[in-house]
Design a protein around this ligand. Structure first.
Ligand SMILES: Cc1cc2nc3c(=O)[nH]c(=O)nc-3n(C[C@H](O)[C@H](O)[C@H](O)COP(=O)(O)O)c2cc1C
Length: 320
């Protein structure tokens, strides 16, 4: 499927950037409600999948409305990566994304994620092997500008296109930067000539930035942290009207998680998201502390309701 077709029904060319521990089926579904064009699972290890690790399979749960979702894999062995994408658990996704940007030490040490930025020959083999295995299904690669600097970013993007990627998502930071400093979009116009559509990623939180990045040659944007606690960002970027009721959205998020996960796990997952939903609002400190100490999902929801009963002016957000 062409990238144009993939985004044909999307109100804007937006991706929910993969975030381990956050972009599970429940959060992806909420972002869909606000018009995100494509979502991506949390990253899963190709090797773990091939070895039949059931915990990894749990990360691949989908809801009925989870259309246009890519599964992100990491690895560095072309044969293993090509094998895992043919498994039913992955074949059910609309496309595959390969992680070549993760800066986490453990991942890099294993030769995965951003370690592949240092080995473009192996990275190319991984891309071609996965593309050959998935055939007509779209393949994307997500990578950073480089390890310490951006000297090889344009060549790396070209290599991805030449090796079989249908589009790339570039996090415009180096590995050295981790998540600090700002994304530097200086090279976007050059990277945009790599031969496949480029999604710009890093610090995008507004429609103005989206339009600026399109002007610089991006096909679309991927939004990560800007969507946490603010799934309506995708409606804002698309310039679509929206109305979000925060306590109701949190309840929906919890209910959705409870459909598939044990209550204890749901409570822990929900805590992280609730902190983002409350971020930037007035007098949240005691609620955040209590939420983090809460022992059950119901207790968290009661704390959330109590906060919004006290501050009803923050319940409803709209751009109408
Ligand atoms: C908590 C967290 C987890 C992340 N996990 C992944 C991941 O699994 N795969 C990936 O490619 N990037 C991952 N990222 C990076 C994001 O996809 C994105 O590239 C980065 O946050 C920059 O975009 P932003 O400024 O819009 O957040 C993660 C980022 C965060 C904050």
């Amino acid at each position: 499927m062409s990238v144009e077709k993939l985004f044909a029904n999307a109100p804007a060319k937006t991706i929910l950037a993969p975030m381990a521990g956050y972009t599970d089926f429940a959060f992806r579904s909420i972002c869909k409600d606000y018009g995100v064009g494509l979502t991506v699972t949390e990253m899963v290890s190709a090797k773990a999948l091939v070895m039949g690790n059931t915990q990894t399979l749990d990360l691949l749960h989908r809801l009925d409305n989870d259309n246009n979702c890519f599964c992100q894999i990491f690895g560095h062995e072309p044969e293993v990566m090509a094998e895992c994408v043919t498994y039913p658990a992955l074949a059910k996704f609309e496309g595959i994304d390969i992680n070549m940007g993760c800066p986490v030490k453990k991942i890099v040490k294993g030769g995965d994620g951003s370690a592949l930025l240092e080995n473009p020959t192996l990275a190319s083999k991984c891309i071609t092997a996965v593309k050959n295995a998935i055939g007509a299904k779209p393949l994307s690669v997500k990578f950073r500008l480089g390890v310490d600097d951006d000297k090889h970013a344009v060549d790396f993007a070209k290599m991805c296109a030449d090796s079989g990627a249908d589009f790339v998502t570039v996090h415009f930071r180096t590995r050295k930067q981790m998540y600090a400093g700002h994304a530097d979009y200086t090279l976007l116009p050059q990277i945009a000539t790599c031969g496949v559509p480029v999604f710009a990623n890093g610090d995008v939180v507004s429609r103005e930035q989206y339009l600026e990045l399109l002007d610089k040659g991006a096909f679309g944007v991927a939004v990560g942290r800007g969507a946490l606690g603010r799934p309506q960002i995708f409606a804002e970027i698309a310039n679509n009207p929206y109305q979000i009721n925060i306590p109701q959205t949190i309840r929906l998020h919890a209910q959705s998680l409870l459909l598939h996960l044990p209550e204890k796990i749901v409570a822990n997952e929900l805590k992280k998201h609730v902190c983002f939903y409350l971020k930037g609002k007035r007098s949240t400190k005691s609620t955040v502390v209590a939420v983090n100490l809460a022992k059950s999902t119901e207790q968290i929801l009661q704390l959330v309701d109590a906060y919004f009963q006290e501050y009803p002016q923050f319940s409803e957000v709209t751009n109408d």
